[in-house]
Design a protein around this ligand. Structure first.
Ligand code: OKP
Ligand code: ZN
Length: 336
């Protein structure tokens, strides 16, 4: 894969014992060190005008001012250091690069994956939360729409947390489809099955809150039965993955049970959906807090794009997940 990476993303300092640390990116790069066909690209940071694609101007100013004054706690777990401003611009710029590279034809072994931090999917139009400041994937999606490079963008968020920010930013838009699988009951608490969009965006949001303990098989069933068909019907030019690795079975902050091999299966599944929809495909890093599980899982995704065929799990779809998938299918998206 082509990895978008910038050292500037290391300058966002969250302090000791914060799970969202610069070591996450160092671990990913160490994990990829001896892998075949890894290429690094350092993209330009986002320009303020591009951040405006998803955020309120006054909010952007207030983040800049907060960083300039040395930072501190924006909220209980969203920590700002002086370097956060530049890191957040770099992280958003990497996501923009991933979208543009995919749309310019970078695919197969060259599929783009932006490994920036801070992550983005909790960031709202006018607020930072959940370790996120600028909504990288939303900025990327809206930017390529604004520039005319894409008419429609689909986003699938497999981070264990619901991407409330991404959902909200596009909730009433008909040109961005957002689907999320997340752990029910976990932060931030949004993402019910009934949340499906409003106005022009009615039917362009899809949520699958799965119970703690859900395994890879349920993710694959959701992709093949509802997310894939919905993305194909939406007919996007670009399919972006908000790729968080915190649903890993050994991640320290979640109770989901996706295996390392399972992330390879998810990568193969989204690649197939992109191919079937004839859409460009790009990945944007969100969470993932076990350094080994994060680096092993990113490496597994990379290997799938390098020709490795992941082994599908030999396990049943749990009853709870089956009920959620069926509810989405029969009650919220009966047309699929
Ligand atoms: C960011 B990403 C509540 C704990 C909140 C925040 C988790 C943010 C995760 N007291 N923890 O989605 O991986
Ligand atoms: Zn997360």
């Amino acid at each position: 894969m082509k990895f978008g990476y910038s050292d500037t993303c290391l300058d966002h300092e969250t302090g000791v014992r914060h799970p969202e640390s610069p070591d996450r990116l160092r671990a990913i790069r160490r994990g990829l060190a001896d892998a075949h066909s890894v290429e690094y690209v350092e993209a330009d940071p986002s320009e303020r005008e591009r951040i405006r694609a998803a955020h309120d101007g006054e909010y952007i100013d207030s983040i800049e001012t907060f960083c300039d004054s040395g930072g501190g706690n924006w909220d209980a777990d969203t920590v700002v250091s002086e370097g956060t401003w530049e890191a957040a611009l770099a992280s958003a710029g990497l996501a923009e690069w991933a979208a543009e590279a995919a749309l310019s034809g970078s695919d197969g072994r060259q599929t783009p994956f932006s490994i920036g931090r801070p992550p983005g999917h909790h960031a709202e139009e006018d607020d930072a939360m959940g370790f996120c400041f600028f909504n990288n994937v939303a900025i990327a999606a809206q930017s390529v729409i604004d520039s005319g490079e894409a008419d429609r963008v689909a986003i699938f968020d497999w981070d264990v947390h619901h991407g409330n920010g991404t959902q909200d930013i596009f909730y009433d838009q008909g040109n961005v489809f957002y689907a999320s699988i997340h752990e029910d009951g976990l932060y931030p608490g949004t993402g019910d099955v009934e949340e499906t969009g409003t106005g022009a965006g009615e039917g362009t949001t899809m949520n699958l809150p799965f119970a703690p303990g859900t395994t890879t098989a349920a993710y694959l069933a959701a992709l093949s039965e509802v997310i894939g068909p919905a993305v194909e019907a939406f007919d996007p030019d670009l399919f972006l993955i908000s790729a968080g690795f915190d649903p890993h079975e050994h991640d320290p902050i979640s109770r989901m049970r996706v295996s390392t091999e399972g992330f390879g299966c998810l990568a193969a599944a989204v690649r197939e959906i992109a191919d079937d929809a004839d859409a460009a495909l790009g990945f944007v890093l969100e969470g993932g807090y076990g350094l080994d599980t994060l680096s092993d899982s990113v490496r597994k995704v990379h290997e799938v794009f390098d020709g490795y065929q992941p082994i599908e799990p030999d396990e049943p779809v749990s009853e709870g997940a089956r009920d959620v998938i069926d509810a989405v299918k029969t009650e919220e998206f009966p047309g699929l």
